[in-house]
Each structure stands twice: as structure tokens, then as C-alpha cells.
Design a protein around this ligand. Sequence first.
Ligand code: ARG
Length: 458
Amino acid sequence: MSKLWGGRFNKKSDWLADQFTFSISYDHRLAKYDVIGSIAHARMLSKQGIIPKGDSAKIVAGLKKILLQIETDKFKFDPKAEDIHTDIQNRLKFFIGKPADKLHTARSRNDQVVLDMKLYCRDEIAKLVAAITYLQKEILEFANKNKDVIIPAYTHLQAAQVVLLSHHMLAYIEMLERDKTRLFDCANRTDFMPLGSCALSGTSLKTDRVYLASLLGFSQVAANSMDVVSDRDFIVELIGDCAMITTHLSRVAEDLILWATKEFDLVDIDSSFCTGSSIMPHKKNPDVLELVRGSSAKVTGLLAQIHVLLKGLPLTYNRDLQLDKPALFDSVDTAKNVLLVLSKIFASMEVKKGNAAQRVLDESFFTVDVMDYLVKKGVSNRDAHDILGKMVRECLDQGRPLSSLSLGELKQYSLLFGADVKKLFNPQMSVKIKSSLGSTNPNLVAQQLNQWSKKLNA
Ligand code: ARG
């Protein structure tokens, strides 16, 4: 089928050049947005008297026919078309004949493709936000199911202090909420309507870009025609947002992978999300989680790719920009996939409560609580740290638990110790006495769980 620019040439383009330059194999995903943009454009052109009303009506009717094909999955893209814009234009000509030639008035593919991409981003941002909310709800449900479970928490991957498992889960919910706000920010910065900028300088035809913006649901019109045809910031941002999401999910996956090992043995990942070994019959491997973790490498790579793609480009449009699409589509698809996969894993994961209960009996978890006990009695934090350090070292040397120290022995470390210090060697007590806002205190955590439940179900 014909190209949109054949007139200038007296020679057919080389087959290899076509193969190399065509984007239809991936930008066909923009079909719907291309048609929606074109319907608005045709309406604007006739409202402004730039094309006859009759022609515009035929164009819109033809485009609606194509839209119906797309929405009912009957649209088969033409691999011989250079890109989706060409494909839709050719199709329209096939359906309505000559009036189709008036559609591309006061428009270039340079502003058209930015519009399509912005409409795509707007839709995908909404889907990503919904997928994040879905995962947050599954995590919340998992937290609520295991409300009273206390687990070890780590710094440097060394056992540090005990926390409520639900507190740990709320940390994930917070991370994901930030991802959502980043997506909203991106949506706001995408919300500038590009169409009407044409190739780069605007047009002498009397278009109405404000009307176009209102038809297409943009709150603002992009102010500079050169900027908007070369701007791909919104794509960098959305890929960046996907990179952040997948980085977060990679960290979540890593926690779960560790917790599922024999060594930690705190959770059971449902077999339907594990795989076996071809040689070791006993293995139950967390491959799905490992691929969640691995996916973040790809999206981070794509973020680097889009930055490098843009950094040396002179204003305005350059064909390099076509390569923004595979990077963006892959990033968004990957982020949506891992969000869904993790949601299913949380929905089917079980906590090994007995193991968790055993693990948190380790008394080294409570040294900070004992330090705070002394601080409350007026000892400086530095001195309390020294006292506890000495107690821990000597108990380790003698191979005995801290709680086995008699009151007399405790008093040798500090006269301020009373018998009541013994009740601190207890995981339930350890979480209960935390009282700072945002801490693992059970009442505060319960409040947070409640608030999130309201927010996520609103
Ligand atoms: N397929 C092209 C892209 O994705 C469409 C814009 C083509 N514009 C041009 N001046 N060749 O960027």
C-alpha cells in the first residue's frame, strides 16, 4: 500500500530499508488512539471551515468503522504499511475514497504520533494504578489474615529486632502508594495536547487547538510546537515509574524468596507459583519470584535506553524517536505483569506461624528494649549501649541467655535494673512497648490496617 510521502521520489524504497524503518509491527498497538485522534481532528477541521462538513462526516463515519474493528478485535494491521498512521489512512481511503485525503490537513505524523503516545500513556497509567491497588489489597488481606504474627526484621541481613508481620506488609503498601503518586504526576505532565503543532512550526490554517484539547480530554494545549514534537519526557517518566515499580517488586520478591528458604522457613509459597528441578526431586523453587526480581533489570535497562536515545537528539523530530515505543510498551507490559503475578502470590501464600513464633524468642532481639529501659531511668543512651554490649558479650562467652541473669547479676551491670526488666525478653512485649508514630505498636498497626482498608476500598 502507498506511503504517505511517495510523491517526492522517483524510485521505490529498498526492501531492506523498508524492513528497517517500518514500525507497524509494534506501533499497531496505537491503532485505537490514532483513530480517536483523527476523529477529533476531522471534527475540528470542519468546525473551522478548513474542510467541508460533508467530507468530515464521511471521514468520521469511516474512522468509526475502523474503531469498531479495533474494539471487536477484527482489526488486522497491514504489515506492508510503514506505520499505524499510514495503515489507518490507507484503510480510510479504502472505505470512503477521496474525502480521506483531506484528513491529514494541518497535521503531521510528528504531532500525531505524540498524541497517540499520550493517549496510550493516559490509559496505561490508569491500568497501572488499578493493578497497584489490586496488589495493595492482596497484601493488606495477607496482613490482616496474619495480624498477630511477629517476625524477625533485619538490617544488613542480620537479625535486628522483632516486628509485626503486618507492619512489614504495610511497608510494601506505602512503597506502592508512592508509585501511584508518581504515576499521577506523570499523568499531569502528559496532559498537554500536542496536535496542531504539525511538523514543528504550527500551521497557517485556522485550526482550533483548544477545541481539539477539549474533544480529546486534555486540560491544556502544549505551548510550543517545537518542544511538543520532540518532547518524550512523559515516556521517560512512565518508563521510570515502571522501573521504580519493578525495583520495588524486586525487593518484595527478594524478601519472599529468603523467607521461603529452609534457612528462614517463614512462608510457604503456593506450589502453583513454584517450579521443580529436573534433577533434584525434592526441590520447590521460587522461579516465579526470581523472574519478578529479574524483570526489574529489564525495565531499568529500558530506562537507560530511553535516556541514551534522547540525549544527543537535536530539536525537533528525528526518526530515532520511533524507538521510544518498544521500550515503553515493554516497560508497561512488564510492570503490569509483575504486579499481577505478585498479587496472586500474596493471595495464596501461607505463613509458617510456628516457625515465626520460635524464631522471635531469640533474646538478642530485645537488647534495644532493655537499653530503652535504662534510658527511661536516666541513663544516657551511650552508657546504656555500653552496658548492654557488655551483657551480650559476656552472656555469649558463657553460652547463656540474657534472661538467665539473676537480679543480682543484672545489678552488677547497673544498679538501676529491677526485676521488671525480665518481662522485656518477650516478643509480644517488644512490639507492644513501641509507641512512636509509624512504629510496629499493635494498636498503631491496627489503625493503619484500618485506614488502608478504607482508602483502598473507597
Ligand atoms: N513511526 C514514526 C514514529 O514512531 C511516526 C512519525 C514519523 N514522522 C516522520 N517525520 N518520519 O516516530
